[in-house]
Write a protein that binds this ligand. Structure first.
Ligand code: ADP
Ligand code: MG
Length: 202
């Protein structure tokens, strides 16, 4: 049983799993379709704007969530103020979101946005590590997974790789299994495999 009840969340329409939205949509199918379209547009926009001066800092990460979903949701680009868990995984307590986020992005900056990596093995390990940190952070009310995967796709492109191919791992539950290991056991082994297999040179 999740410690986080949908009913306690300020973002959902009462008694449903549909977030309150600016278009007053109450159909789950329609909301997913619109979210997917917004995400496709965001991939185009952010890949197009990407250049050698792009900084993969906290502001950029938050801005991806904001710009992608602000046409639909008031919570776009806003950190949650409630604690959240999924299954037995407790994400970062809301009071520590700011400090933990600063820690993660400061580390990524010191790693020169992964320009320090000498080969694909090292790059995949680093991506898995930072991805696992952001999965455990879970800073937004919703759309964390899609936002952080877009962020790491852009970071991969920035470093001479293609967007990461998660086909297989997302649909067959392996990505969630890897996420559980990251959040509950700080074990990134499964995530490293997923990332390594999904990475290819441009
Ligand atoms: N039981 C779990 N334990 C740990 N992490 C989980 C669990 N279930 C889901 N996750 C993580 O949370 C993400 C989903 O978060 P969510 O905010 O709903 O994003 P999205 O709507 O884009 O999928 C998944 O991609 C996964 O990384
Ligand atoms: Mg979700």
């Amino acid at each position: 049983m999740s410690k986080y009840q949908l009913d306690d969340s300020p973002i959902y329409i009462d008694g449903s799993d549909i977030p309150k939205n600016k278009l007053d949509i109450t159909s789950s199918e329609l909301i997913h379709e619109i979210e997917n379209n917004l995400l496709i547009e965001a991939y185009e926009k952010f890949s197009h704007e990407l250049n050698e001066n792009t900084k993969f800092d906290e502001e950029y990460f938050v801005n991806i969530h904001k710009k992608t979903f602000e046409a639909l949701y008031d919570f776009a680009g806003v950190y949650r103020t409630v604690n959240m868990s999924k299954g037995n995984s407790q994400f970062c307590l809301s009071e520590y979101l700011g400090s933990q986020s600063t820690r993660i992005f400061t580390e990524l900056e010191k790693d020169k946005y992964l320009a320090i990596c000498k080969d694909k093995v090292e790059f995949a390990k680093k991506i898995a590590y930072y991805q696992s940190e952001l999965i455990a952070l879970h800073p937004f009310y919703e759309l964390n997974g899609r936002t952080l995967r877009l962020f790491f796709d852009l970071l991969s492109i920035f470093n001479g790789y293609k967007a990461i191919d998660y086909s297989g791992s997302i649909d067959d539950g392996k990505y969630i299994e890897a996420s559980i290991d990251c959040v509950q056991y700080a074990d990134t082994t499964k995530m490293e495999d997923i990332i390594f297999n999904g990475l290819s040179q441009k």
